[in-house]
Design a protein around this ligand. Structure first.
Ligand code: BTN
Length: 322
């Protein structure tokens, strides 16, 4: 696009570039240059315009860009089609709308900002600029009961990507949160449409706190971001590409089945194991030590009585983590 070519000329330049130079270089009229500069400003670029000198780029916006993300990818399942929106109510809602009109498995919709970001259990997910918010559409040929395993595999993919990209000691809080220390950096909300025995689609919504420098008072004791933990801002396009690539590997492994080594590695990343937990099973509160993640992804808990029970979804309160 012409505006991208103008932006790249401004990036290369050391100082001001005149409208005339740009129009000659790119073979368009000076009015076209001016119109594209106006668009770049609307996109969030800070560009100084000075009569007789021309244009100088002062600041580029940190926006997600489907082209920049896809150019770093070579995935087979996840993100085979990527769309980026500047603002949307919720990427989960958008993916569900697309799924209803037949969108294919592998579609990934990301947004810079959500006006109605949704968390689990009807909670709100704060979705200001600086985070990475996206939803993946999958149409696995599975019965509805097996879906918690897919979400778990996606959490494992995000955790691995954070560890690779930042070197931080990210861990999984079973089933769907990623934590650093005792604070949450990522949450996953999976929604599903299914017949009794077959899944039509699942929408795996993932929110990662990336470049936030602070959080609202109500959540600041339990939320953190990659910026807070590493001390430097993250290139969100590069990071999201890394996440998608790990999600793709995790999805592929889920289909063929994780090896014993991979399962052991997954368990070593699970911060819930070995801790005292409280959960609800069949409407009854249970408490005990989390002892294992079973083959289907269920969390095994040893109750005080010595009896072992397993749960396959739901909220788990873990002693010592938020
Ligand atoms: C949670 O921990 O409660 C789950 C949070 C999930 C948030 C993500 S952000 C992208 C996607 N769109 C939403 O509206 N929610 C999920």
């Amino acid at each position: 696009m012409m505006k991208d070519r103008i932006l790249s000329e401004l990036e290369k330049a050391d100082g001001y570039v005149s409208g005339e130079q740009l129009s000659k270089l790119l073979g368009v009229s000076r009015t076209a240059v001016w119109k594209n500069i106006k668009q770049l400003k609307e996109d969030g670029c800070k560009i100084n315009s000075v009569t007789n000198k021309g244009y100088m780029l002062c600041e580029k916006p940190d926006l997600l860009d489907a082209g920049k993300i896809s150019s770093r990818l070579c995935t087979s399942v996840v993100g085979t089609k990527i769309e980026v929106l500047k603002v949307v109510d919720s990427t989960n809602e958008e993916v569900k709308r697309r799924a209803a009109v037949g969108a294919a498995s592998g579609l990934l919709i990301a947004a810079d900002r959500q006006t109605g970001g949704k968390g689990r259990l009807g909670r709100v997910w704060e979705s200001d600029t600086g985070g990475v918010y996206f939803t993946l559409l999958l149409r696995p040929d599975l019965p509805p009961n097996d879906i918690s395993g897919v979400t778990l595999a996606m959490g494992y993919g995000v955790c691995t990507a954070i560890r690779k990209y930042t070197d931080l000691d990210a861990k999984i809080k079973w089933p769907n949160d990623i934590i650093i220390g005792n604070k949450k950096v990522c949450g996953i909300l999976t929604e599903m449409a299914a017949q009794t025995d077959r899944v039509d689609y699942i929408a795996v919504g993932i929110g990662i706190n990336v470049n936030h420098s602070s959080f609202p008072d109500e959540i600041s004791h339990k939320a953190t971001s990659l910026y807070i933990e590493t001390g430097h801002k993250i290139d969100r396009n590069e990071f999201l590409a890394c996440v998608i690539s790990e999600l793709d590997k995790a999805a592929a492994r889920f289909i063929v089945g994780f090896t014993k080594e991979e399962t052991d590695y997954f368990k070593s990343l699970c911060a819930t194991l070995g801790r005292n937990v409280k959960a609800v099973k069949n409407g009854k509160e249970i408490e005990g030590i989390a002892t294992d993640v079973l083959y289907g992804g269920e969390l095994q808990i040893r109750l005080e009585s010595g009896e072992y029970v397993s749960i396959n979804s739901g909220e788990v309160v873990v002693q010592g983590i938020y």
